[in-house]
Ligand binder design. Sequence first.
Ligand code: SAH
Length: 256
Amino acid sequence: MNQNQTDTSLFGRLRFVLVETSRAGNVGSVARAMKTMGFSDLVLVSPKCDNPLGDAEAVAFASGAGDVLASARIVGSIGEALEGCNFAAAVSARLREYSPPVWTPRAFSAHAAGQPELRPALVLGNERVGLPNGIVEQCNVLINIPANPAYSSLNLSQAAQVLAYEARLAAVGDGVDPRGVGFQGDAASLAQIEGMYAHLEEALVALGFLNANNPKKLMPRLKRLFSRTQLETEEVNILRGIAREIIKHAPPKDQA
Ligand code: SAH
Protein backbone atom coordinates (compact mmCIF):
# COMPACT_ATOMS: atom_id res chain seq x y z
CA MET A 1 0.00 0.00 0.00
CA ASN A 2 1.24 3.45 -0.81
CA GLN A 3 0.61 5.47 2.35
CA ASN A 4 0.75 8.72 0.43
CA GLN A 5 -2.01 8.40 -2.15
CA THR A 6 -3.04 12.03 -1.74
CA ASP A 7 0.47 13.40 -1.36
CA THR A 8 1.55 15.19 -4.54
CA SER A 9 5.05 15.83 -3.23
CA LEU A 10 7.74 13.56 -4.59
CA PHE A 11 7.54 11.55 -1.34
CA GLY A 12 4.09 10.37 -2.33
CA ARG A 13 4.85 9.89 -6.02
CA LEU A 14 8.22 8.19 -6.34
CA ARG A 15 8.25 4.40 -6.58
CA PHE A 16 11.28 2.15 -6.15
CA VAL A 17 11.21 -1.03 -8.24
CA LEU A 18 13.69 -3.85 -7.61
CA VAL A 19 14.08 -6.38 -10.41
CA GLU A 20 14.98 -9.99 -9.59
CA THR A 21 16.83 -9.18 -6.37
CA SER A 22 18.86 -12.19 -5.17
CA ARG A 23 19.56 -11.26 -1.61
CA ALA A 24 16.72 -10.63 0.84
CA GLY A 25 19.03 -8.54 3.02
CA ASN A 26 19.35 -6.06 0.19
CA VAL A 27 15.57 -5.72 0.00
CA GLY A 28 15.53 -4.85 3.70
CA SER A 29 18.37 -2.38 3.23
CA VAL A 30 16.57 -0.70 0.34
CA ALA A 31 13.47 -0.33 2.54
CA ARG A 32 15.65 1.37 5.14
CA ALA A 33 17.35 3.60 2.54
CA MET A 34 13.92 4.67 1.33
CA LYS A 35 12.36 5.31 4.72
CA THR A 36 15.28 7.34 6.02
CA MET A 37 14.70 9.69 3.08
CA GLY A 38 10.89 9.71 3.38
CA PHE A 39 9.86 7.28 0.63
CA SER A 40 7.66 4.23 1.03
CA ASP A 41 6.43 2.82 -2.30
CA LEU A 42 8.45 -0.34 -2.95
CA VAL A 43 7.69 -2.98 -5.60
CA LEU A 44 9.65 -6.19 -6.22
CA VAL A 45 9.62 -7.83 -9.63
CA SER A 46 10.13 -11.62 -9.48
CA PRO A 47 12.53 -11.68 -6.53
CA LYS A 48 15.13 -14.44 -6.69
CA CYS A 49 15.17 -14.89 -2.92
CA ASP A 50 12.70 -16.72 -0.72
CA ASN A 51 10.20 -14.75 1.30
CA PRO A 52 11.90 -11.36 0.77
CA LEU A 53 9.41 -9.50 2.94
CA GLY A 54 9.64 -11.88 5.89
CA ASP A 55 13.19 -13.23 5.63
CA ALA A 56 15.16 -12.76 8.86
CA GLU A 57 18.02 -10.93 7.13
CA ALA A 58 15.61 -8.65 5.25
CA VAL A 59 13.78 -7.79 8.47
CA ALA A 60 17.06 -7.23 10.34
CA PHE A 61 18.50 -5.01 7.61
CA ALA A 62 15.26 -3.04 7.29
CA SER A 63 15.61 -2.24 11.00
CA GLY A 64 13.14 0.59 11.72
CA ALA A 65 11.79 0.45 8.17
CA GLY A 66 9.92 -2.82 8.76
CA ASP A 67 6.69 -1.07 7.73
CA VAL A 68 8.08 -0.18 4.28
CA LEU A 69 9.33 -3.75 3.86
CA ALA A 70 6.05 -5.30 4.98
CA SER A 71 3.99 -3.11 2.67
CA ALA A 72 6.15 -3.81 -0.41
CA ARG A 73 4.32 -5.44 -3.30
CA ILE A 74 5.59 -8.45 -5.21
CA VAL A 75 4.69 -8.67 -8.92
CA GLY A 76 5.67 -10.92 -11.81
CA SER A 77 6.57 -8.41 -14.50
CA ILE A 78 8.01 -4.95 -15.02
CA GLY A 79 4.72 -3.94 -16.65
CA GLU A 80 2.80 -4.65 -13.46
CA ALA A 81 5.45 -2.91 -11.38
CA LEU A 82 5.13 0.25 -13.45
CA GLU A 83 1.33 0.37 -13.41
CA GLY A 84 0.26 3.89 -12.49
CA CYS A 85 3.66 5.32 -13.40
CA ASN A 86 4.24 7.59 -16.39
CA PHE A 87 8.00 7.98 -16.18
CA ALA A 88 10.49 5.18 -15.60
CA ALA A 89 14.21 5.48 -14.97
CA ALA A 90 16.46 2.47 -15.39
CA VAL A 91 19.21 2.67 -12.79
CA SER A 92 22.34 1.05 -14.07
CA ALA A 93 26.03 0.89 -13.33
CA ARG A 94 26.64 0.10 -16.98
CA LEU A 95 26.37 2.51 -19.88
CA ARG A 96 25.10 0.78 -22.99
CA GLU A 97 25.37 1.39 -26.67
CA TYR A 98 21.60 1.50 -27.09
CA SER A 99 19.98 3.20 -24.17
CA PRO A 100 17.65 6.04 -23.36
CA PRO A 101 19.29 9.38 -22.50
CA VAL A 102 21.69 9.12 -19.57
CA TRP A 103 20.85 11.32 -16.58
CA THR A 104 22.48 11.84 -13.22
CA PRO A 105 20.46 11.14 -10.06
CA ARG A 106 20.33 14.91 -9.52
CA ALA A 107 18.90 15.65 -12.95
CA PHE A 108 16.27 12.93 -12.50
CA SER A 109 15.34 14.23 -9.05
CA ALA A 110 14.96 17.82 -10.24
CA HIS A 111 12.79 16.65 -13.14
CA ALA A 112 10.63 14.44 -10.92
CA ALA A 113 10.25 16.92 -8.06
CA GLY A 114 9.32 19.76 -10.39
CA GLN A 115 6.29 18.12 -11.96
CA PRO A 116 3.39 17.22 -9.64
CA GLU A 117 1.72 15.23 -12.43
CA LEU A 118 4.67 12.92 -12.92
CA ARG A 119 4.48 9.43 -11.35
CA PRO A 120 8.12 8.41 -11.60
CA ALA A 121 9.73 5.05 -10.87
CA LEU A 122 13.34 4.13 -10.26
CA VAL A 123 14.09 0.63 -11.53
CA LEU A 124 17.09 -1.14 -10.01
CA GLY A 125 18.62 -4.38 -11.22
CA ASN A 126 19.87 -7.66 -9.88
CA GLU A 127 23.05 -7.69 -7.79
CA ARG A 128 25.04 -9.83 -10.22
CA VAL A 129 23.70 -9.12 -13.69
CA GLY A 130 22.09 -5.71 -13.33
CA LEU A 131 19.08 -4.80 -15.48
CA PRO A 132 18.29 -6.67 -18.69
CA ASN A 133 18.45 -4.60 -21.90
CA GLY A 134 14.76 -5.29 -22.50
CA ILE A 135 13.82 -3.38 -19.35
CA VAL A 136 16.31 -0.58 -19.94
CA GLU A 137 14.82 -0.01 -23.38
CA GLN A 138 11.33 0.39 -21.89
CA CYS A 139 12.48 3.19 -19.63
CA ASN A 140 12.47 6.92 -20.41
CA VAL A 141 15.95 7.56 -19.08
CA LEU A 142 18.95 5.68 -17.74
CA ILE A 143 20.40 6.89 -14.47
CA ASN A 144 24.04 6.30 -13.78
CA ILE A 145 25.59 7.22 -10.44
CA PRO A 146 28.92 8.82 -11.26
CA ALA A 147 31.53 6.64 -9.56
CA ASN A 148 35.13 5.47 -9.72
CA PRO A 149 35.59 4.28 -13.32
CA ALA A 150 37.84 1.52 -12.04
CA TYR A 151 35.04 0.15 -9.82
CA SER A 152 31.66 1.75 -10.33
CA SER A 153 29.29 -0.95 -9.14
CA LEU A 154 27.62 0.05 -5.88
CA ASN A 155 25.77 -2.35 -3.64
CA LEU A 156 22.09 -2.35 -4.64
CA SER A 157 20.86 -0.69 -1.45
CA GLN A 158 23.66 1.84 -1.47
CA ALA A 159 22.67 2.84 -4.99
CA ALA A 160 19.09 3.16 -3.71
CA GLN A 161 20.35 5.33 -0.86
CA VAL A 162 22.12 7.75 -3.20
CA LEU A 163 18.99 8.04 -5.33
CA ALA A 164 16.69 8.46 -2.34
CA TYR A 165 18.94 11.14 -0.89
CA GLU A 166 19.06 13.12 -4.13
CA ALA A 167 15.29 12.76 -4.48
CA ARG A 168 14.83 14.07 -0.95
CA LEU A 169 17.01 17.11 -1.54
CA ALA A 170 15.05 17.92 -4.68
CA ALA A 171 11.72 17.32 -2.94
CA VAL A 172 12.42 19.68 -0.06
CA GLY A 173 13.58 22.40 -2.44
CA ASP A 174 17.06 23.74 -2.18
CA GLY A 175 15.93 22.99 1.27
CA VAL A 176 19.10 22.64 3.14
CA ASP A 177 19.57 25.90 4.97
CA PRO A 178 22.93 27.47 4.10
CA ARG A 179 23.40 28.02 7.81
CA GLY A 180 23.59 24.24 8.12
CA VAL A 181 21.53 21.80 10.12
CA GLY A 182 20.83 21.73 13.81
CA PHE A 183 19.45 24.47 16.07
CA GLN A 184 18.71 27.75 14.35
CA GLY A 185 17.25 30.90 15.83
CA ASP A 186 15.53 33.67 13.85
CA ALA A 187 17.76 35.16 11.19
CA ALA A 188 18.34 38.84 12.02
CA SER A 189 16.80 41.36 9.61
CA LEU A 190 18.97 43.76 7.65
CA ALA A 191 17.56 46.63 9.73
CA GLN A 192 18.55 44.88 12.96
CA ILE A 193 22.04 44.26 11.63
CA GLU A 194 22.42 47.87 10.43
CA GLY A 195 21.32 49.08 13.87
CA MET A 196 23.87 46.81 15.50
CA TYR A 197 26.68 48.11 13.25
CA ALA A 198 25.82 51.72 14.13
CA HIS A 199 25.76 50.83 17.83
CA LEU A 200 29.06 48.95 17.58
CA GLU A 201 30.67 51.82 15.72
CA GLU A 202 29.55 54.24 18.41
CA ALA A 203 31.03 51.94 21.09
CA LEU A 204 34.35 51.58 19.29
CA VAL A 205 34.59 55.36 18.93
CA ALA A 206 33.76 55.79 22.63
CA LEU A 207 36.45 53.24 23.45
CA GLY A 208 39.02 55.12 21.37
CA PHE A 209 39.58 52.06 19.15
CA LEU A 210 37.98 53.72 16.13
CA ASN A 211 38.98 57.24 15.21
CA ALA A 212 35.87 58.89 13.79
CA ASN A 213 38.06 61.34 11.85
CA ASN A 214 40.20 58.57 10.38
CA PRO A 215 38.09 55.39 10.43
CA LYS A 216 40.16 53.54 7.81
CA LYS A 217 38.53 50.23 6.87
CA LEU A 218 37.59 49.03 10.35
CA MET A 219 33.80 49.02 9.94
CA PRO A 220 33.79 47.51 6.43
CA ARG A 221 36.09 44.79 7.72
CA LEU A 222 33.91 44.07 10.74
CA LYS A 223 30.84 44.02 8.51
CA ARG A 224 32.54 41.53 6.24
CA LEU A 225 33.40 39.37 9.24
CA PHE A 226 29.82 39.40 10.57
CA SER A 227 28.30 38.90 7.13
CA ARG A 228 29.94 35.47 7.02
CA THR A 229 28.22 34.37 10.22
CA GLN A 230 24.48 34.52 9.32
CA LEU A 231 23.61 36.55 12.43
CA GLU A 232 20.54 35.69 14.43
CA THR A 233 18.33 38.24 16.25
CA GLU A 234 19.48 37.07 19.66
CA GLU A 235 23.13 37.42 18.66
CA VAL A 236 22.51 40.94 17.37
CA ASN A 237 20.94 41.75 20.72
CA ILE A 238 23.97 40.38 22.59
CA LEU A 239 26.35 42.47 20.46
CA ARG A 240 24.21 45.56 21.09
CA GLY A 241 24.27 44.77 24.81
CA ILE A 242 28.07 44.67 24.68
CA ALA A 243 28.12 47.98 22.76
CA ARG A 244 25.80 49.53 25.36
CA GLU A 245 28.09 48.49 28.22
CA ILE A 246 31.19 49.74 26.40
CA ILE A 247 29.55 53.14 25.90
CA LYS A 248 28.47 53.22 29.57
CA HIS A 249 31.98 52.45 30.81
CA ALA A 250 34.02 54.33 28.23
CA PRO A 251 36.04 57.23 29.63
CA PRO A 252 34.47 60.65 29.09
CA LYS A 253 35.33 62.08 25.66
CA ASP A 254 37.83 64.74 26.82
CA GLN A 255 39.90 62.13 28.72
CA ALA A 256 39.92 59.59 25.91
N1 SAH B 1 27.13 -6.10 -12.24
C1 SAH B 1 25.93 -5.35 -12.27
C2 SAH B 1 25.89 -4.47 -11.05
C3 SAH B 1 24.67 -4.63 -10.34
S1 SAH B 1 24.62 -3.72 -8.84
C4 SAH B 1 25.88 -4.50 -13.52
O1 SAH B 1 26.85 -4.51 -14.24
O2 SAH B 1 24.90 -3.84 -13.78
C5 SAH B 1 22.89 -3.77 -8.54
C6 SAH B 1 22.11 -2.57 -8.99
O3 SAH B 1 22.56 -1.42 -8.28
C7 SAH B 1 22.27 -2.19 -10.45
O4 SAH B 1 21.44 -2.95 -11.29
C8 SAH B 1 21.84 -0.74 -10.43
O5 SAH B 1 20.44 -0.65 -10.40
C9 SAH B 1 22.43 -0.28 -9.11
N2 SAH B 1 23.75 0.33 -9.27
C10 SAH B 1 24.93 -0.08 -8.75
N3 SAH B 1 25.93 0.78 -9.07
C11 SAH B 1 25.37 1.75 -9.82
C12 SAH B 1 25.86 2.94 -10.45
N4 SAH B 1 27.15 3.31 -10.40
N5 SAH B 1 24.99 3.71 -11.12
C13 SAH B 1 23.68 3.39 -11.19
N6 SAH B 1 23.17 2.28 -10.61
C14 SAH B 1 23.99 1.48 -9.93
